[in-house]
Design a protein around this ligand. Sequence first.
Ligand SMILES: [Zn+2]
Ligand SMILES: [Zn+2]
Length: 300
Amino acid sequence: MQSASQKIHNPTLMVNQPDYNDSDQLSMVVLGSGSRGNAYYIWNRDTSVLIDCGLSTKQILARLEKVGILHPQIDAIFITHEHTDHVSSCAILEKRLNRLGQHPTFYMSPGTFCAAPEKCLPNNVSLIRDLETTQVGSVLVEAFEVPHDGTECLGYRVGYNGHWVGVITDLGDVTDVVIDKMRTMTTMAFEFNHDVDMLQNGSYPLQVQERILDWSGHLSNAQAAEALERSVSPRLQHLILAHISEQNNCPKLAESIARNVLDRSCHTDLIHLHVAEQHNPSPIFTVHQKPKMVLPTALI
Ligand SMILES: [Zn+2]
Ligand SMILES: [Zn+2]
């Protein structure tokens, strides 16, 4: 079998976005984010990975096509945890890709492998653990544990050319390890799941509210903002607010809270803020070489 780096890899990209076609940097598109399904496509010129398979195969391919990626080459697929909004289409996507001559490995933790619904499991699985790194073609993918009520849940960051692009969702608490990873990201999808008042005054049964608010549930806007405040760095170029609850949050509220944090930082105008949607793909976020920044004297 060809290695990923030997393959000719040239996703066809939108005509009005020529920079992405030419870029040898990492790019990411959020294909969908939220409790109804999640998938993130991350690539450079010769390697592509998908993080999570919680949208249908049809939607994954349709949304890639919608952003101009007509013939995606998927070299590996990394699964965060066993909840159906992250794993539901693994087996079907594998069959579809196999028919197209692609045989990606699905990486997941041992806990996810044991707990995932059997009908969702693909054949080509490799187990990955907390803080393990995997080389896929020219990119490095690192897994790190996040506290959530699945079994051995993972966040991921994908590294290439001195930059990291990461996905951190489905966590009820922010650990020091998560903060350390956040500080390294150039592009990051980070969970802003709910507003606590909306959740507590909403229609969810008390038991479900407690599950969401638990340390192994989901991050509130306030928790996410605090983590952002602790971690925001001059490296960060694209911040994508992810896994936003349709019932218990409002995209504009989450955006304004994140914006406030960025406004308090010294490099706010250089960070692109975006709110990921459940039913539409995001724009393509590409790492770019920043102009040299002049830091305020207080920071030197
Ligand atoms: Zn989820
Ligand atoms: Zn989950």
